[in-house]
Design a protein around this ligand. Structure first.
Ligand code: FBP
Length: 245
């Protein structure tokens, strides 16, 4: 594996929340991007997910932690039908040191077509440069009755496969009896679990064990790690669970 090549499994550390949710998610430590960059290095995460502003100002190209730049973004101040538009180009992500690019698609939204169109262009360009593409596949909007129903999550997995995504990031379904089916629906696209709101450690570990044994390749986690009192220890524990599942 080349230095900084993205490992298609393991633990990715997500830190795009400052814009997605606002600083409300952060404690005194997590508010500082340098703290997150440093803990990503110490815990040897398999990738760090940033937006272009934090990547440009804080990511260290020689650090050995592969960077994923999220190319579209929205704020939590907006309350209309879900839409997240591209705010960073593939070329810019590469110049920031990205080993992969990410993009959120809200299937079911009134603006689904705009996001699918942008994703399609990004996917072709990123692949021309040899960069893997990750879809945050989060169906939502007034047409989506239940965004965590297993059927919705399975559909979200399939959308990523059909759109040529190498990896899909999915919410944990409300009913976890169909995890195997969700993996099947994703085909050759690798499946990662999104962390979600911080829950107690045991509950989170239980989710990780279940998804990994169903064939998920890893997790892309934010709040359940950097809201923890000892994030480095927590990441190492999570890696251990994934490796021994
Ligand atoms: P968490 O592990 O903290 O849930 O992070 C995963 C993630 O996908 C982030 O990349 C993103 O900012 C956030 O969840 C979006 O969550 P939502 O769309 O549910 O508000």
């Amino acid at each position: 594996m080349k230095k900084n090549e993205l490992k298609m499994s393991g633990v990715y550390l997500a830190y795009d929340h400052g814009m997605e949710h606002g600083p409300t998610d952060f404690n005194e430590k997590a508010v500082a991007p340098e703290h997150i960059v440093s803990l990503a290095e110490k815990a040897e995460v398999d990738a760090l997910i940033l937006l272009k502003g934090t990547a440009r100002a804080y990511y260290k190209k020689g650090s050995g932690v592969p960077l994923i730049v999220k190319l579209n973004q929205k704020t939590d101040m907006y309350t209309g039908e879900p839409i997240s538009k591209q705010v960073c180009s593939v070329k810019e992500a590469i110049s920031l040191g990205a080993s992969a690019v990410g993009y959120t698609v809200y299937a079911g939204s009134e603006y689904e077509a705009e996001m699918l169109e942008e994703f399609g262009v990004i996917e072709e360009e990123a692949h021309k440069y040899g960069l893997p593409v990750i879809m945050w596949s989060y169906p939502r909007g007034k047409a989506v009755a239940d965004d965590t129903a297993p059927e919705t999550i399975a559909y979200a997995a399939r959308i990523a496969l059909e759109m040529g995504s190498d990896i899909v990031k999915l919410k944990y379904p409300s009913d976890d009896s169909k995890l195997d089916w969700i993996v099947k629906c994703a085909g050759k696209t690798k499946v990662f679990m999104a962390g979600g709101k911080a829950v107690n450690d045991k509950e989170f570990e239980n989710h990780i064990k279940k998804v990994i044994s169903a064939g998920f390749s890893g997790i892309a986690v934010g709040r359940n790690v950097w809201q923890n009192n000892d994030p480095v220890k927590r990441i190492k524990e999570i890696k251990e669970i994934i490796n021994s599942a």
